[in-house]
Design a protein around this ligand. Structure first.
Ligand code: CP
Ligand code: NVA
Length: 303
């Protein structure tokens, strides 16, 4: 694996390999088994959008692996003043061993990979949130013992999370249902990709229909970063697309809930359902750390 830009680029085996590696690194960390595979390596952590989990888990992950994470806010970089992506990444390639970036356009991340000479990790774009989905799949596997044959139902905005979950779930043998209003569907490239999975992929606009028979219910904010001006319009459009006890009652017994966080209680998820499934959701948040360490080790090797 040269880069980690979107799950569409990875095979099912590569995704499963990352989940396995994350589980191995989690075990090592919990049992104080040395795993300083990034000794002497530096990773640039570039953020053009806010972050709590991604930033801190990458920083701590680099530290635990014996390497160094350097946080860079684009407001303080020449990127903000228009320095071209080609020049930025050619410079960073001389100092760092890897770049993780959170930004708006997927094309910016793809360009970094094109012009740089070091691995690039997508830490969230408007199109994809692939590091998150490795953590989600690890969490689901921990709770359910497997992924293959399970049904995931995503309810809400057809955003970066819906895109990456759809690809990750289908490539690891899960069935996937996306429930969203007609005007807020996942990206056309993802819908095209999902076609090859036949009946294993469903797109519908009725939350009850989607929740029925699901093993995992997933949701995300109605208004993603960068869409703040649309908040009111979105609150109206997504009314009724809330993961709550009524929907949980239709899911399979023992169904779990995943939410990448931050959550808006009483919008995309009821406070009651959030608290009932808090253990699963915060395990998911913890697993960001282990998933990110796995992605770094996969890309940079074991020193
Ligand atoms: N889920 C997630 O990416 O969280 P942050 O925005 O806090 O990084
Ligand atoms: N869809 C959300 C995810 C946040 C982690 C956003 O892009 O803001």
């Amino acid at each position: 694996m040269k880069h980690f830009l979107k799950l569409l680029d990875l095979t099912g085996e590569e995704i499963t390999g990352l989940i396995d590696l994350a589980a191995e690194l989690k075990y090592k960390q919990k049992n104080n088994i040395p795993h300083r595979y990034l000794e002497g390596k530096s990773v640039a952590l570039i953020f053009e959008k806010a972050s709590t989990r991604t930033r801190t888990s990458f920083e701590v992950g680099c530290y635990q692996l014996g390497g160094q994470g350097v946080f860079l806010n684009t407001n303080d970089m020449q990127i903000r003043r228009g320095e071209p992506v080609q020049d930025t990444v050619r410079v960073l390639s001389r100092y760092f061993d890897c770049v993780m970036i959170r930004t708006f356009k997927q094309s910016y991340v793809e360009d970094l990979a094109k012009y740089g000479t070091i691995p690039i990790i997508n830490g969230l774009t408007d199109f994809a949130h692939p590091t998150q989905v490795i953590a989600d799949l690890l969490t689901i596997r921990e709770y359910k013992g497997k992924l293959e044959g399970l049904t995931m139902c995503y309810i809400g905005d057809g955003n970066n999370m819906a895109n990456s979950l759809t690809v990750g779930a289908l490539k690891t043998g899960m069935s996937m249902t996306v429930v969203c209003p007609e005007d807020y569907r996942p990206d056309a490239s993802v819908l095209e990709f999902a076609k090859q999975y036949g009946d294993s992929f469903k797109l519908c606009s009725d939350p009850k229909e989607g929740a029925a028979g699901a093993d995992v219910l997933v949701t995300d904010v109605w208004t993603s970063m960068g869409q703040e001006e649309e908040t009111k319009k979105r609150q109206t459009a997504f009314k009724g697309y809330q993961v709550n006890e009524e929907l949980m009652a239709l899911a399979n017994p023992g169904a779990i809930v995943q939410h990448c966080l931050p959550a808006h209680r009483e919008e995309e998820i009821s406070a009651e359902t959030f608290e009932k499934h808090a253990a699963e959701i915060f395990d998911e948040a913890e697993n960001r750390l282990h998933a990110h360490k796995a992605i770094l080790v996969e890309l940079l090797g074991r020193n």
